[in-house]
Design a protein around this ligand. Structure first.
Ligand SMILES: Cc1cc2nc3c(=O)[nH]c(=O)nc-3n(C[C@H](O)[C@H](O)[C@H](O)COP(=O)(O)OP(=O)(O)OC[C@H]3O[C@@H](n4cnc5c(N)ncnc54)[C@H](O)[C@@H]3O)c2cc1C
Length: 406
């Protein structure tokens, strides 16, 4: 059995997952080193919904208040048809009372920046491209594109869905294409139909449009449509999207009109089926490298934050047997994230239906089951997990933030 004290933790990838892991490990007193391929540390462009379970994870890292300074607390998730008929309204504002912390909408750059600012003394080597690793009984050696190497006691692959650490562990297996593409943008807009703290998902045949504010006068949106992977946009993409959503109820056209053409990001939506194994020996995976979850349940980044805390807990408890600690972390996190990968995929399939009979069936199903059963199940299965980091009784802390177990 490989054992020995953990002195040095290497992390490939400085995204939300890698930085959260670095902060969590730093708080437990581990020496940690982050390698990021990009020349500068950034995660820009789009917005994120961070559910209460993710916010509680941030609170446990001591960072929720910094994020909440700019991120509006969500009150309602509203689901409707493109004709403007309500399919369900989820009062997520109640989570703040039930769990002590709200669900929020936040600019990715804000969340990433708060995590980066929390790294005191943890070096982040930008412009450092991990290309592979080898491991033996006593440690791991990471290789970089420029030929250099670095030695540590364990390696965490937080380098995303195409990550090199994942490839080293599982081979070069391409991700699974969902069949739909997401266009994301940011509109400078105050609109009476976009009340503060409301997430809106509008469903049409084979296409969807979501929008929410992340700050006064800033609306993030996403248009999703079926199509082949690998496409590129011609100039005038905002006009193309306006045509796609012509006749849709609500502020959709106004949002697109308030979006600069060059600010639209296009991406094929991809994921992977849950794996039965993540890591081996002294190497593990975290975040999208381990369990890419399509945006359909807004949990990918939240799960990366949870991974970071659980990994730090296991390594802290298992300092003298890192290999066992990593396998225990993986067992715990696989049980949590695999159902989310599956449910997000299924909701995505449902969102992608085009045939008018299938669309009518979807609307009937959503009206009948979402407001009651689906919302309750999602709260129980996804949000309530954050409780593990809270000290009871919860209601004592509502409004001021809960007490956290250290
Ligand atoms: C359209 C869309 C909407 C989403 N909405 C939400 C939402 O509302 N809520 C939510 O919780 N999640 C959401 N997600 C998911 C979320 O974005 C991801 O789960 C999250 O960003 C994963 O973070 P990560 O750090 O694991 O991976 P990444 O963000 O992919 O970061 C990986 C990092 O590793 C670096 N890297 C890659 N390869 C190497 C290498 N070889 N060497 C060194 N560095 C490397 C990259 O440059 C990057 O900085 C959404 C995703 C999409 C696509």
């Amino acid at each position: 059995m490989a054992s020995g004290r953990i002195r040095r933790v290497l992390i490939a990838g400085g995204g939300i997952g890698g930085l959260a892991a670095a902060v969590a490990l730093q708080r437990k007193g581990f020496e940690t080193l982050v390698f990021e391929r990009a020349e500068s540390l950034r995660d820009g462009g789009a917005g994120l919904h961070v559910w209460t379970n993710g916010v509680i994870a941030l609170a446990h890292l001591g960072l929720a208040d910094a994020v909440l300074k700019t991120a509006p607390a969500q009150q309602t998730c509203h689901f409707s048809t493109w004709r403007g008929e309500t399919l369900g309204a989820w009062p997520v504002g109640d989570f703040a009372e039930r769990y002590g912390w709200p669900t929020i909408a936040v600019e990715r750059s804000v969340l990433h920046g708060v995590l980066a600012d929390a790294l005191h003394g943890t070096p982040v080597r930008t412009g450092t491209h991990v290309v592979g690793f080898t491991q033996d009984r006593d440690g791991v050696t990471v290789r970089f594109a420029d030929g250099r190497t670095e030695r540590g006691d364990i390696l965490i692959g937080a380098d995303g869905i195409h990550g090199a650490v994942r490839t080293g562990l599982h081979g070069d297996v391409p991700p699974r294409y969902t069949g739909y593409i997401a266009w994301r943008g940011k509109a400078a807009l105050e609109h009476e139909a976009i009340p503060r703290g409301t997430f809106n998902a509008v469903f049409g045949p084979g296409t969807r449009f979501t929008y929410y504010d992340v700050a006064p006068g800033t609306v993030h949106w996403m248009s999703v449509a079926n199509g082949p992977a690998g496409g590129r946009d011609e100039p005038g993409v905002a006009a193309m999207l306006a045509e796609r959503h012509r006749g849709w109820a609500g502020p959709v056209q106004d949002i697109l009109a308030a979006t600069p053409d060059g600010g639209v990001i296009r991406g094929d939506v991809i994921d992977r089926k849950p794996d039965r194994r993540w890591g081996s020996g002294r190497t593990t995976l975290l975040g999208d490298a381990a369990h890419p979850i399509t945006f359909n349940i807004g949990q990918g980044a939240c799960q990366a934050l949870e991974d970071a805390l659980v990994l730090a807990e296991h390594l802290d408890r298992g300092r003298t047997d890192p290999v066992a600690a990593l396998r225990a972390y993986e067992t715990e996190r696989m049980a949590r994230t695999a159902p989310m990968q599956r449910i997000a995929w299924r909701i995505g399939r449902m969102g992608a239906v085009e045939n008018r009979f299938a669309v009518a069936a979807r609307e009937t199903f959503m009206r009948a089951f979402w407001p009651d059963r689906a919302f309750r199940a999602a709260e129980k299965d996804q949000v309530a997990y954050g409780r593990r980091w809270l000290s009871p009784p919860l209601d004592r802390h509502a409004g001021t933030g809960p007490e956290l177990r250290s």
